[in-house]
Ligand binder design. Structure first.
Ligand code: KG4
Ligand code: ZN
Length: 345
């Protein structure tokens, strides 16, 4: 029997608390902030204040949903970085307070290791070695999971992250609605459904297997939109969205399959917010099938930020006796633990 762990995630604009018991989700409550859209992106100060306001109600709901009391919790896992420092500190303070008052072990989880561990919550058959594409708003990392806690970068982005490109292009297309989350990905995806992905041939970034690049793509869309009349812009919006989406998805799929083949790994995990993208999930499924690779993709709710993945990674660390003291601090640029820096990109 594995421990009952409380997870806390506040690294950006989702306030989330979860209970993972014996490696399975008992509850996973996520509050997505909606007051950043009018600013065109997440405002750190507003995000931290919202976490302060929402964390305790979300915590109570998570305990209630799981049907457990604080006395049943055996460890506390909290995102300690990377992320927005003021946001991380809210989660950390709550986690430390809980751990101290109940005498519980505490562990600071790396946000991207959390995304990696989202893969184990629903797929008990997922075992290392595998290749993980973790694409979010801040990262686009192709990682060889040599073993649990032992990682190698196979490819990373040289500029914008894939999710960041979705967010910026959503803003260019005027898709960020007030009162809704700032995630541009779902808005683009929705619009792209009625568009033609081959309407415009946007750049796919570098040809080599070790680097992603999405900043040129975003600029290409910007210049293209600037050349269109107001009428054309409205009429062609779905085609722009679909062509842009294809230009992000193609290199993600291609490099994942190429790298997996090169290193001879047979299993692939898709994780991070961008993994919620339907087009990416479908294209990756087809490409992995053709290449004889088995693909594991978490449910969309476990791809975007959530505390269940933090509790899952924390559970693994706690079981290895890896705990942190109350001096644990937020590290907005925390490097991935267990990363082998001698190889890959
Ligand atoms: O992992 P995540 O929730 O937060 C970070 O760690 O950054 O990822 C959020 C990112 C955002 O950039 C968002 O636009 C993108 O994931 N995203 C999507 C979709 N859902 C979320 N991108 C494309 N299609 C989606 N359906
Ligand atoms: Zn994330």
């Amino acid at each position: 029997m594995r421990p009952t762990v409380l997870g806390i995630e506040t690294s950006c604009d989702e306030t989330s608390v979860a209970v993972v018991a014996d490696g399975k989700i008992a509850s996973n409550v996520i509050f997505s902030q909606t007051d950043h859209s009018i600013y065109g992106g997440v405002v750190p100060e507003i995000a931290s204040r919202n976490h302060t306001r929402k964390l305790l109600p979300v915590l109570r709901e998570a305990l209630r949903d799981a049907g457990v009391r604080l006395e049943d919790i055996e460890g506390v896992a909290v995102t300690s970085g990377p992320g927005l420092v003021g946001c991380l500190l809210v989660g950390l303070s709550a986690a430390k307070g809980l751990a101290w008052s109940r005498g519980l072990p505490l562990v600071g989880v790396h946000h991207m290791e959390g995304h990696l561990f989202s893969g184990f919550l629903e797929h008990e058959d997922l075992r290392p070695p595998f290749v993980a594409l973790v694409a979010s708003g801040g990262h686009t990392d192709l990682i060889e999971v040599v073993d649990l806690g032992h990682y190698r970068y196979l490819a990373r982005t040289s500029d914008d992250a894939a999710g960041e490109a979705f967010d910026k292009v959503a803003k260019l297309l005027g898709l960020l609605a007030p009162g809704e989350p700032t995630m541009g990905g779902p808005r683009i995806s929705e619009l792209a459904k009625s568009g033609d992905p081959s309407a415009f041939d946007y750049p796919r970034g570098p040809l080599d297997e070790f680097t992603f690049s999405f900043s040129g793509l975003k600029t290409a869309v910007l210049y293209h939109l600037q050349k269109l009349s107001a009428e054309e812009k409205t009429r062609l919006k779905p085609d722009v969205a679909a062509s842009f989406e294809a230009a992000v998805v193609d290199p993600l799929v291609e490099k994942t399959v190429q790298a997996s083949r090169r290193i001879g790994v047979k299993r692939v995990l898709l994780a991070g917010g961008v993994a919620a993208n339907k087009c990416l999930r479908e294209d990756m499924e087809v490409a992995c099938g053709d290449a004889g690779l088995s693909l594991h993709v978490p449910s969309p709710i476990l791809c975007t930020d959530n505390a269940a993945m933090i509790a899952a990674a924390g559970s693994y660390r706690l079981e290895r006796g890896e705990t942190d003291g109350l001096e644990l601090n937020a590290d907005p640029r925390r490097p991935l633990p267990g990363i082998d820096t001698g190889a890959g990109a």
